[in-house]
Structure formats: C-alpha cells, structure tokens
Design a binder for this molecule. Structure first.
Ligand code: C2O
Ligand code: CU
Ligand code: CU
Length: 458
C-alpha cells in the first residue's frame, strides 16, 4: 500500500520526479545558489572536473573555478581585460564570450582550442554598452556536451549609463542572476550526456530543471523591487516562463542591453542562449512559484520565492532607455540570406551547407552594416525550431514575418528564435576587428551536428 501511495504521489508530482521512483524522497528547497562575482582587470578561470550534488543524486560535472557553472564575470565598458584560462580537464575545450564584441582571435570559437593542461590568455577591451552576456565552450562537435556538463557562466557589463539609472543593482540581493537549464536524470538521479538520435533532431530535453545548478531552489526576498537577469542556458529547450499568480512583470533588457521601451508581460519565451532582464515588485508576504514550460515537452515548477521581510527597496520601472543602433536605412547595404533547413535525421544545414572548419562561408568588409534575412525552412511534418546566433555583434531586428518586431525584440540582440516558416530580417554591424567568426543555430545539438558557418572580416 505504501508503495502504491508513493507511486501515486510521484505521478501527481509530475514527470520530473519519475527518476526517483523507489529511491528516497526529493527534498527541494535549498537556497538559490548565487554564482560568485569575478571582477577586475585580470581574471582567472580554471576549467575543472567536479561533481554536482542534488537532493536525488550526484553527477559528474564540469565547472569554472568550481564544480558546476562558473562565476559571474562583471566588467565595465572601456576596461582592458586580461584573462588567464587554465584547462585542467583531460580533453580540449574553448571558452566563448557570447554576445561580446571581441577580436576574432579571442572570441573563443572552434578555432581557439585550449588543449588539456594548457592556458589561454585572451585580452581585449570591453567595447559595448551595459548588458547581460554569458560564456560557454565552443569546441567543434563538443559544445553541447561541455555546456551540458556545466560549463557556463554570466558575463555582466556595466557602464556610466547603467550606473546613472535607478535600478536594483546589488548583485545577489536585489539583482539576481537566474541560469536556467534542464537535464535528463537517470534512475540513479544523475545526468550524463547521452542524446538519442531523436534527441539530436528535436534537441536534448531533460526531465528536471535546474536554476543556478539547484533543483527547485528557494529564494527568500523582502518586499521591494527585484531585478532578475534570466539566461536560457539549456542545450536545446525553448522555455516559456510564468509566475504562479500570473502576475505581470516588466522586461527592461534583452540579449545585448536595455530595450528602447520597457514592456509589461505575463510570460516570457527564451530560446537557448537568449537573455532577458525583468523587474518585479513584491508588496505583500506571499509565496510565488516560477513556472516553466518546455516547448514540445512538459511544465515544471522551478523555483519558490518567499516574500518575508520588509527591508527591501522599491524602484520605479523606467519606461524608456537609450538605444542607438547603427543605421540600416540606406538602400545600398549588402544583403545576405540564411536558410536554416532540416534535411533528414540529424542533418541540419544553413544555405545547404554544414559546418566545415576548413571552409569560410563568406567574407565581408571591416566596418560594414549589412541586412541579413534568416528563414527557418522547416521540413514536412517535423516542427523543428532553430535559434540563430551570430558572433561579435548585437543586431537589430528590422522585421519579423513581415512586421515590425514587438517590444521584446526591439533592443540589441544576438540570438533569435525562428520557428518553421518564420522569417527574421536583421541589421548586423561589424566594426574594429578582422578575422573569423561564427554564425549558427544555438540549439547546441544542431550546432554540433553542423548547423554552423563561418565568415571572415577583412
Ligand atoms: Cu553562445 Cu557561438 O555561441
Ligand atoms: Cu556566441
Ligand atoms: Cu537548430
């Protein structure tokens, strides 16, 4: 009888608990871990093996300066940064700065390999506005596995403008990073990277969701205004976020910085690699859950917020922010088109080609603005989404399916979800640096199987 009740409870609790069947009960509710800050002009990262302990089991993992995930790198616009990145793993990897305008040789893409035991020393100036970016490996064919094991971290840029705004900015107190990732746990309660053929097609979607590396963590907050910097750090899952009381929240920033106009919404969709910053006011003692639905999969309750104290601070939600994109009005801008196409089991192409480390797919001039059209061509009955990402720049969405982009997509972006049939027209702008950069689908299983290309700026 006891056993029947246990199974019933597990069924009621939902799909994300089935892997614990027959083992001890899950004890969620550990405090939300906040990745430590790494700031200054000289930054040291050590890529290491570790293990991630969760209430239901332990998994072998990778991390930066720790067991899982990495510190939040926090730098200022105009600063010159020198890094020392040591790979203590027994395999090669790379470290890419997603969303950063950075010299090609320090971009950390598939060509900047850090072999086992080696140290990589990128150095560059921070040459863009305040934003929430992130970093993760980018080794050809191995990105998905390395990210899955835990190699990811946030990368926050501050500038004079962001300092001048009245916004919650006490890291870990009222300015809180949320790195959301799903993982497929087995019966022992651990996860290892082992996608099936179908997973490679649809993306590797897990049965439980981690926030900052914790399962269903709890966050105790005071009454006041909070800012959350949200990253979809998953391999291939498209997330839709809502709060249990269906409350509205204010979105103030996207991938590459502040939106021109903040916008109130009740749900937020993030494809892999995308970020948003939101503001929320808590006015009464209450318990609010952060819920997440995975596209094509199940819903999860991923975090509990307990509003307890009253020593928080309230902030106005600003209506407008400064945004000065490059000008894409001129008629003689170079146009390119990128057709993202599924051509069979595990065959993903851009303009009919798969990534070849020895092929430069196109070249362009330094200091140029171009107009790119991105289309998800789809494939018969298979509803496969793609998420287009380009290195070194923040683009401006000029139109989406023939219309002006909505408010959430009106700011600087580096990654954009294109569902089958969708067409995004984006203005891209490259300046300062020459060299080889990547464009690809940010569903990492697609990227690793070849849905990537490279361009050379000369
Ligand atoms: Cu976030 Cu080319 O990657
Ligand atoms: Cu990137
Ligand atoms: Cu894709």
């Amino acid at each position: 009888m006891k056993r029947i009740i246990l199974i019933l409870v597990l069924i009621i609790l939902g799909a994300d608990c089935t892997f614990t069947e027959g083992t001890s009960e899950i004890k969620p509710g550990s405090p939300l871990p906040i990745p430590p800050i790494l700031s200054g002009m000289n930054l040291n990262l050590q890529i290491q093996e570790g293990s991630l302990e969760l209430p239901f089991g332990t998994s072998a993992s990778y991390g930066f300066n720790g067991d899982y995930l990495g510190p939040t790198i926090r730098v200022r616009k105009d600063d010159y940064i020198t890094m020392q990145i040591e790979n203590t793993l027994s395999e090669s990897t790379t470290v890419h700065w997603h969303g950063l305008h950075v010299p090609a040789e320090f971009d950390g893409g598939p060509h900047q390999i850090i072999k086992a035991g080696q140290v990589w020393k990128p150095k560059f100036q921070i040459a863009q506005n305040a934003a929430t970016l992130w970093y993760h490996p980018h080794l050809m064919g191995k990105t998905a596995e390395h990210v899955y094991r835990g190699l990811a971290g946030m990368f926050i840029i501050d500038d004079d403008y962001s300092d001048s705004l009245s916004l919650p900015d006490e890291y870990g107190v009222n300015d809180i990073p949320l790195i959301i990732q799903d993982r497929e746990f087995d019966r022992n309660g651990s996860f290892t990277y082992g996608p099936s053929h179908a997973d490679l097609m649809q993306g590797y979607i897990g049965n439980a969701v981690l926030v900052n590396g914790a399962f269903k963590p709890e966050l105790e907050l005071s009454r006041g205004t909070y800012r959350f910097r949200i990253l979809n750090g998953s391999n291939s899952s498209i997330y839709r976020l809502t709060f249990s009381d269906s409350r509205q929240f204010t979105v103030i920033a996207g991938d590459g910085g502040f939106l021109p106009k903040s916008v109130g919404v009740e749900n937020l969709i993030l494809s892999p690699g995308e970020r948003f910053e939101i503001l929320m006011d808590f006015k009464t003692s209450e318990i609010i859950k952060l819920n997440l639905e995975i596209y094509g999969s199940t819903g999860h309750e991923i975090m509990t917020m307990k509003i307890v104290g009253n020593n928080g601070r309230y902030f106005e939600h600003p209506a407008n922010f400064l945004y000065e994109p490059a000008n894409f009005e001129s008629l003689d801008l170079k146009k390119r088109s990128f057709i993202m196409e599924t051509r069979g089991m595990g065959i993903f192409t851009i303009n009919g080609a798969r990534m070849d480390m020895n092929v430069i797919n196109f070249t362009m001039d330094k200091n140029s603005n171009e107009i790119w059209t991105i289309r998800n061509q789809g494939m018969g009955m298979m509803n496969i989404p793609h998420s287009f990402h380009v290195h070194d720049t923040q683009f401006k969405v000029l139109s989406f399916n023939g219309r002006l982009p909505g408010p959430l997509y009106s700011g600087p972006k580096d990654t954009i979800l294109v569902m089958p049939g969708d067409v995004a027209v984006i203005g891209v702008s490259f300046k300062d640096y020459t060299g080889i950069y990547m464009y690809h689908c940010h569903l990492l299983e697609h990227e690793d199987t070849g849905m990537m290309g490279q361009f050379k700026i000369e």
